[in-house]
Design a protein around this ligand. Sequence first.
Ligand code: NDP
Length: 429
Amino acid sequence: MESKHLQKFYDKTPAERITALKSAGILDEEATANLQAGLRLPQEIADNMIENQLSTYDLPYGVALNFLIDGKEYAVPMAIEEPSVIAAASAGAKLIAKAGGFRTTIQERIMIGQVALKNVPDSVAAEQLILSHQEEILKVANAAHPSIVKRGGGARRVSARILLADDVEGIPSFFVVHLHVETLEAMGANIINTMMEGVIPYLESLTGGEALMGILTNYATDCLATAECRIPAALLTKGVYSGEEVRDRLIEAYQFAYVDPYRAVTNNKGIMNGIDAIVLASGNDWRAISAGAHAYASHSGQYRSLTTWKKAENGDLLGSLTLPLPIGAVGGSINFHPAAKMTKEILGYQSAAELESIIVSVGLAQNFSAIKALVTEGIQKGHMGLHSRSLAISAGATGDEIEQLSARLKAEKNMNLATAQDLLERIRK
Ligand code: NDP
């Protein structure tokens, strides 16, 4: 299991952590040197990535440890500003690894594009025409992006949806054509947008309607990833609570987030703490993943918890997380951003599907840790302990003062900025 080089990882300095990752065989010579040199985005690249670029914006980049996913061990890079996310992910993953780790299932990697048509004279007839001309539509779409077809991917299916007019709100009816596209190792936004714009003239001539737009949907319901875990109750004991009590309270926490959208949003934000951090570290589009995940949380008609926690017949705790994960292993800035390249090196993932497995497992670990803390000792104990360093920095502490002030803050009843500033003054006297 955990390499001896990675023990007490959190107690090491950043330089020692890099050496430990090398000793554990996670980094080779070149990656170690790159990490030691820093992962700064060169100005020339940054200037070519966005418009009106001025500088770059740094975030801490670290690793969550102890992930055992489908029998393989991972140290998971994360880019995030929020304290406690990496600690919580590592702690959750460690306990789940003791129980056998995560098992994941990755659905087909199909992305969906839409063309919205208006003023279609006969929607029912148009739907028939779309379905009977599926082969022709696929041909036109694939001709718009031949290189993805050459690689073995391309448009696979066509479907149509009739969205009826809402006279009360004055909204017209829309006739929507969906193209289901296999984008292989890419997330596929640009591939699909090119295809959707490419099929517009043919769809207009087929339906007699007028296209409003053609664009990818981030609601990637054909690209679902699932992570599951099974934890014996005996592993869940915490403080005054027995393992069975913690299990039952975890299940109740899930039930609360199932029925109450106010709780569900925060529950899912916690899941996305970890997911966004690895998605960002991998050079993927975290806005796309977040938008799709939150939409999927409403797929039953009500916004609910993305995770489920249930009791198995033998009393084990069963956890599961499913969400759309249209992640790329190529494309965007993945192959040229120094941090994204480092993430690929550290994870050693061989495909976008493997990266999906890692990301969905991170989400489940994050949720497990968060709700376990919530239903036992409360979230603030661990959170504020880690937040004390950020508070110390906000109060103006530098160098050794940060550690000193953080330690004193942890002993305070009211850990806030005013207390931090007051304590810092006293340290400096
Ligand atoms: P890119 O267009 O950057 O890259 C995809 C290209 O990579 C493919 O077209 C293909 O080009 C090439 N490629 C090389 N190897 C493979 C492989 N094995 N499998 C698939 N493609 C391969 O990225 P995407 O189309 O994935 O789009 C993602 C980007 O689009 C992100 O940066 C995202 O932020 C942005 N975006 C997102 C939107 C949204 O989410 N709504 C909207 C618009 C843009 P070729 O075959 O020609 O070599």
